[in-house]
Design a binder for this molecule. Structure first.
Ligand SMILES: Cc1cc2nc3c(=O)[nH]c(=O)nc-3n(C[C@H](O)[C@H](O)[C@H](O)COP(=O)(O)O)c2cc1C
Length: 194
């Protein structure tokens, strides 16, 4: 027997939890951006997917901070219109997770966590060195959606850096599950981080 939560009647906390736990596994966009002042920002987002391939368009949904202010990633994308989506493999799992904690705008998560960066080819924000793939993106549009509202970022992929083996297998790439669980493709290991 399935239980039913009618949205509007059920508690919002349960509705949110059900979305996090039923829309799984989610891909993770580990996004590098540059602030107007030139600080590199790095943060993960799992409300993310590809929607077309010609041209390649991706969407990412970025919520507000608890105090109602925009997250650094959303502010930087709005201001500078460029970002890189770094694909997360198992060796980056812990650092990616830590980069999701609150860091002040003037602090670079990449620097704090000792993450090496390398230049992009078409846009200014750098990419994470050593990831299996990185998608250079230019902003097409931001749609404000939901009650908060969230920033639904629509971006066009303009260059893709990739390990050749990715065309054969995506083994080792990390996805997000409910709670703080992660799935590593091709492994039984599901890691829970705090
Ligand atoms: C795996 C993972 C996925 C996340 N997905 C999202 C998401 O889709 N949307 C969102 O607003 N925040 C998401 N977060 C939280 C942000 O990463 C977090 O708020 C971060 O501090 C934002 O950083 P920024 O202010 O540097 O942009 C996620 C965190 C983790 C660890």
């Amino acid at each position: 027997m399935l239980k039913t939560a009618v949205v509007g009647e059920a508690e919002q906390k349960l509705v949110s939890k059900l979305i996090f736990n039923t829309v799984v596994p989610r891909p993770i966009a580990w996004i590098t951006t540059l602030s107007k002042e030139g600080v590199v920002n790095l943060a993960p987002f799992s409300f993310y997917n590809a929607v077309t391939t010609k041209p390649p368009i991706i969407i990412v949904s970025i919520g507000k901070r608890k105090d109602g202010n925009p997250k650094d990633t959303a502010r930087n994308i709005r201001e500078t219109k460029e970002f890189v989506i770094n694909v997360v493999s198992k060796e980056f799992l812990e650092k990616m997770h830590l980069s999701g904690k609150d860091f002040p705008p003037e602090v670079s998560e990449a620097k704090e966590l000792g993450i090496e960066l390398e230049p992009s080819v078409l846009i200014k924000p750098p990419r994470v060195k050593g990831v299996p793939a990185a998608l250079e993106c230019r902003l097409k549009e931001i749609v404000e959606i939901g009650d908060t509202p969230m920033d639904l970022v629509i971006g066009e992929v303009v260059a893709i850096h990739y390990r050749e083996e990715l065309l054969e297998t995506q083994r080792g790439i990390v996805g997000r599950l409910g709670g703080k669980y992660y799935l590593v493709i091709g492994e039984e290991v599901i890691e829970k981080l705090d």
